[in-house]
Structures are given as C-alpha cells and as structure tokens.
Design a binder for this molecule. Structure first.
Ligand code: HEM
Ligand code: MTE
Ligand code: MO
Length: 465
C-alpha cells in the first residue's frame, strides 16, 4: 500500500461539481468519485455529499453499510485527511432513526434503518386480521414525529377552488367514519425467490410482506368533495405526500388514478394508527400495491399528471426478464397499481420435519388478488404439482360485493400423507374470479427490481416415519 497524498477538509470542499471533480470523505480517506456520479444506483442524491463527508448521508441511507458498497468506494480513493482533520472527525452525526418506535422482537428484520420487517409466516394464517405489532413494516425513511395537535392535512390542485387545510379534529368530526378490511402487500413480497434465479435489487423479502387489517377513517372522496372538488378539469391523478423526508427535504410520494380515489384514515384494527403504519393519517387504497398507501399523509394534490416522486416514476414498475440495469427505461412501463393474484404457504415451513404418526398433513396459507378481485379457489399439491386438492377457504367476513374483495382469504388443507416417500413437495396456487392464475415458475417473470413475484409457492418438507 503506497502512501497517499494528504488533503485538508478545506481542500476537499473545493471539489463539489463535475467540472472541479467530485470529492468526498469517509473516515480518514478522501475519494474522487467524479466518474461514479453517473453510475450511482441512488441517482443524483450523491451530489448532496459532494465536497464533504459521506457519514451524515449514509446514516440516513443504511443501504450503504454493506461490504460491496465499501469495496466500490475503495476503488476511488485518492488521498488521506491531514492528521489535524483526522482528529476533528466529520462532526457529530445524529442518528435520524433515533426516534423510531419500539417494535416486536419476533419480526424478521430485513433492514433496520430504515425499518423493514416481516412477521413469522404462521402468524399470518393464525389471524384473519393481522395484529398491528405483527403487520409487516416497510419504511423508506425515518418514522416522522408528528404532533397530533399541530398536524394539518393540506389539499390542493386541479378542480379545487382553493387549498384547504384540515386538522385531525376536523377529520374526526366533519366526516362520517367508514371501515374497510383490506390486505396490504408490498410489490417486493416474495422477492427472495427471484433472487434465487438471478440477483435482483431490493430488500430480500420472504412470503410475509403482506398483512390484513380493518382500517377505520374517512373517505378520500368525501374529503375531496368537502374541499370543493369539481369534475370536468384536467384532473386524472391524486398525489399523496408523506411527512417523512430524505436529506434533501424530498418527501415519500406516490399517486393513484383519480377514479380510484376512495380511501380511509384513522385507526387500524380498532387501535390508534401505530407510528410505523402512518400515525396520524395514512392513505388506504384497497386492492392497490402497498407503495401507494402513503403513510404520515401530509398533502393531497389532485393533478393532471402522476406524482413526480422517485417511487412513482423510477421504481415499482415491472419489466421483461431481458431488461437489465443498462437497458432499463423506466418511462416505458406503467407504475404498478393493482397487484396480480397471489398465494403462499405459511405452514409448514420450508425444511420442516413432519411426523407421519399424525396421519394427516395440514397445510395453511393466504391468497389474495389486487383490484378487488375475489379469490375463488386455492389448489394444493403434495407431490410437486402432479396431483392437486382444493383447499378450504376462510374469508373471516361476509361475501364482498363484486369487485370489492379487498381482504385476503386464509386457506387450509388437511389430507392423508401420501402412502410412501420421505419428502413432500407442497405447492399452492390460487385462482381469482377473473380466472387469473399464478405462473408455475419464477424465471419467466423474473425482473431486475424483483417485484410482482407471484409464482406457485413451493415448500419441501421431510417426513419422519
Ligand atoms: C444506493 C453507492 C453516496 C443515496 C446505492 C447503492 C450503491 C451506492 C452501490 C446500491 C446498494 C444496493 O442496492 O445494494 C454509493 C457510493 C456513494 C454513495 C459509492 C459515495 C461515493 C450516496 C449519497 C446518498 C446516496 C451521498 C444520499 C444523499 C442512495 C440511495 C440509494 C443508494 C437513496 C438507494 C436507491 C434505491 O433504493 O433504489 N448507493 N452511494 N448515496 N444510494 Fe448511494
Ligand atoms: N408511505 C410513506 N410516507 N413512506 C414510506 O416509506 N412505504 C410504502 C407505503 N407507504 C412508505 C409509505 C410501501 S413500499 C409499502 S409496501 C407500505 O407503505 C407498507 O405499509 P406498512 O409499513 O404499514 O406495512
Ligand atoms: Mo412496498
């Protein structure tokens, strides 16, 4: 290792544009990342750190605390900080996640900061309504601290005579309360199965980035009417902005088509909306991908255009297996809204050891389809898909009106063990009322972002004689 040139922090600050070169520091080292800026998977945000330390930004984006990222950074090293500046350090870094709420220890954490976690799969099939503590949690940023007294919901845009601001008290007293039981599923649920085919980018979700709750609150339509919304203009979309913001002050955002604008706020399974799930207000968009169910809702904007948010424009879209990170054109695909038919086996778990003495094997799971399409059947195979049996569906509620099956169905199959064999290849697949079915394997639906992973779910278990 040859000696590196020595720089002061003062000198580093002079390199903050592509013309002057883009330099950053990490620990005691200096890096010239000019050539990496255009290649950065996180886009132009990287320029926020230009001329200074990476640490204050990387505490927010903990995706960087990985060996492969540090190795990549190492390739751009050009110097070391002067011993004077080494002593000073990069300044105290406050952890933006320090005020995140406490969480249940049984959750399987996929990323701590931001917090992303799924419950043990058995918990899902044990409860038609997933208890809030176990409901999967998917945050892109720190959980904002919202003072309910000072909270305001801002509503503006196309077709509204003027901007309107509502307090929580207004929302609770000026509108009728509605409830809806709706399943929320992340676009990345079951991504880990795609990773087995070929590496995708994103959190390695198992089968439990999906949960079901009864949501209580007000209808978005009624809030828009209260704000004086009139049809006839250019309005096509309803944009949502969260109160969670990144280092550049950009909030989490998403939009839904205007005609879908039918939503709720307020409580979750009869409890106050938990901080992780959007306290004090979230958009609930039944039948629509998790990403559009914006939490910590601060702003509603009716507009002719979709949300400009990164997550609406350059993420949460599906592509052909042939598309890679060099060829992907995010403008060429529509934003995911309704999700496809889905099901998975929650019990037994892959790799479990079953006792034949029980004589019956019991398989449990969930099934759900987007857009309010009702699951009408779940087929289960104990022999890898050669023969099938129909599972019993448990809906937990009265039959929903056509096109409004927002909640999942839990299902169960109890069947005699096949006469021989030390292994069971259990498979499930669901059918919705449009007769949409799941594809039999992952490879043909593989996509670089690892979304929409809904192939037949398979678990292999051993049988003890
Ligand atoms: C993602 C490298 C600076 C924001 C990534 C990833 C890499 C990377 C390799 C992909 C990680 C993965 O998915 O496994 C770097 C390097 C940097 C740098 C080498 C400095 C030399 C920054 C800065 C910010 C930032 C300063 C913010 C101010 C992000 C974001 C993502 C990301 C938001 C996630 C994108 C997504 O989830 O799609 N970065 N980064 N990065 N980076 Fe950076
Ligand atoms: N809303 C805000 N403001 N910030 C977020 O990070 N994550 C979205 C969505 N709404 C998110 C958000 C994504 S991708 C999903 S899957 C769901 O919230 C997860 O909701 P949950 O944490 O209540 O399960
Ligand atoms: Mo998500």
């Amino acid at each position: 290792v040859g000696a590196y040139p020595i720089f002061t922090r003062e000198e580093v600050t002079k390199h903050r544009t592509l013309q002057d070169g883009v330099w950053v520091t990490f620990g005691d080292s200096v890096y010239d990342i000019t050539d990496f800026v255009g290649l950065h998977p996180g886009g132009s945000k990287i320029m926020l750190a230009a001329g200074g330390a990476l640490e204050p930004f990387w505490v927010m984006y903990a995706v960087h605390n990985q060996q492969h990222v540090l190795e990549l950074l190492g390739e751009y090293k050009v110097g070391e900080l002067s011993s004077e500046d080494k002593k000073k350090g990069s300044g105290a870094i406050s952890d933006p996640y320090a005020s995140d709420p406490p969480r249940h220890p049984a959750l399987k954490i996929n990323s701590l900061k931001p917090f992303n976690a799924e419950p043990p799969s058995e918990i899902l099939s044990e409860n038609f309504l997933t208890p809030n503590a176990f409901f999967f949690k998917r945050n892109h940023l720190p959980v904002p601290e919202v003072d309910p007294e000072r909270y305001r919901l801002e509503i503006s845009g196309e077709g509204l005579p003027k901007a309107v601001s509502l307090t929580l008290e207004d929302l609770k007293t000026k509108f009728p309360k509605h409830t809806v039981t709706a399943t929320l599923q992340c676009a990345g649920n079951r991504r880990s199965e795609m990773n087995k085919i070929k590496q995708v980018k994103g959190l390695d979700w198992g089968i439990a980035a999906i949960s079901n709750a009864q949501w209580g609150g007000v209808r978005l339509r009624e809030v828009l009417e209260h704000a004086g919304y009139r049809h006839g203009g250019a309005a096509q979309h309803v944009q949502f902005e969260g109160l969670d913001k990144d280092v550049s002050g950009t909030p989490y955002g998403a939009s839904i088509p205007l005609r879908k604008a039918l939503s709720d706020d307020g409580d979750m399974n009869g409890e106050e909306l938990p901080r992780d799930h959007g306290f004090p207000l979230r958009a609930v968009v039944p039948g629509t991908v998790g990403a559009r169910n914006v939490k910590w809702l601060g702003k509603i904007i009716v507009s002719a255009e979709e949300s400009k948010s990164h997550w609406q424009q350059n993420d949460y879209k599906g592509f052909s297996p042939s598309v890679d990170w060099d060829t992907v054109d995010f403008k060429s695909a529509p934003a995911i809204q309704e999700l496809p038919i889905q099901s998975a086996i929650t019990e037994p778990r892959d790799g479990a050891l079953l006792e034949r003495s029980g004589e019956q094997v019991t398989v449990r799971g969930y099934a759900w389809s987007g857009g309010g399409r009702e699951v009408v059947r779940v087929d289960v195979s104990l022999d890898g898909g050669k023969t099938w049996q129909v599972a019993t569906l448990r809906s937990g509620e009265d039959a929903p009106p056509l096109g409004q099956a927002w909640a999942w169905k839990l299902w169960e199959l109890s069947a005699p063990f096949p006469p021989e064999g030390e292994q069971l290849d259990i498979v499930c697949k669901a059918v919705d009322n449009s007769y949409n079915m799941q594809p039999d394997s992952v490879a043909p639906i593989w996509n670089l972002r690892g979304v929409l992973s809904n192939a037949w779910h398979r678990v292999r278990v051993s049988v003890k004689i």
